[in-house]
Write a protein that binds this ligand. Structure first.
Ligand SMILES: [Zn+2]
Length: 267
């Protein structure tokens, strides 16, 4: 592919620039010390003193030039350093380019699916199990350039989760509202603290809708886990502001268990 070829070409071009063009490798360069500006004196508080040739006395000398005020080195060693630095820079640039090209190639083929996943991830409730599955898929997409992700598996898993969301959306029905009798299944229960100590809440699933409210004291699960019980009750249901398939029930009465789960959750 062209992406590979381009990434390869970027890597092969060296950014090395000869620091002393036209000079022989064995030539010695003498430069003013950049640390002390040629004074040979360390320009910050220090207790370390030594004979400093630049001032011809014992003082707090510059460590960089050992108090000489100059630094001398061979052209060949300066070239060696410049080559090593250029190689390191080229290597980092090459890696960055490969990542960018791999991402681009991934997005060119799977960008639409990726965007759909990202959109769902932003919209779904935080405790939605599908949301955490999408989170993992988005993470592995971010790491697609490492080659650790099987892209075909990723695509299949992404499409499967989007399909599940579509089926679930399709099955959604507006929650019934007003003072009515409902029959629904207990999905979960949760103790919620409040100013009066707290109360046990439950999430109920009806035919395409869900409601959340307080578990009536009269409802006796006989010490079994509430999840999976089918119950009936009369309550006032209000639809939530952001989801017509979700509501809140209050003042439940006449609560009774219609059916217990076939298999106990425990044991
Ligand atoms: Zn110096």
């Amino acid at each position: 592919m062209t992406t590979q070829a381009t990434a390869g070409r970027l890597e092969s071009v060296s950014s090395y620039i000869d620091p002393y063009p036209g000079r022989k490798g064995r030539e010695r360069i003498v430069e003013t010390c950049g640390r002390c500006g040629g004074t040979g004196v360390y320009n910050a508080p220090s207790r370390v003193t030594f004979y400093t040739s630049a001032v011809n006395d014992i003082t707090t000398g510059c460590f960089s030039c050992a108090g000489t005020g100059v630094r001398s080195f061979l052209v060949s060693s300066a070239r060696q350093t410049a080559r090593r630095r250029a190689k390191e820079a080229d290597r980092s640039r090459g890696i960055a380019a490969q990542i960018a090209y791999a991402r681009e190639a991934f997005m060119a083929r799977h960008g639409a699916v990726y965007e759909s996943l990202a959109e769902q991830h932003a919209q779904l409730r935080h405790n939605d199990p599908l949301r955490s599955r999408i989170g993992l898929l988005l993470e592995s997409a971010e790491e697609s350039h490492t080659g650790k992700t099987d892209i075909n598996d990723w695509r299949a898993a992404a499409e499967a989760v989007l399909e599940e969301i579509a089926i679930r959306e399709e099955a959604k029905r507006p929650v019934p509202t007003g003072r009515i009798e409902i029959e629904a299944e207990v999905l979960s229960t949760k103790w919620v603290e409040n100013d009066h100590g707290g109360s046990l809440k439950m999430l109920l699933a009806g035919a395409g809708w869900k409601v959340w409210g307080t578990v009536p004291r009269s409802l006796d699960f006989n010490d079994r886990p509430p999840r999976g019980h089918r119950i009936a009750l009369t309550a006032t249901i209000e639809v939530s502001a952001d989801d017509e398939a979700f509501g809140f029930f209050s003042r439940p009465t006449k609560a009774r268990i219609v059916a217990v789960p076939h298999i106990a959750e425990e044991d």
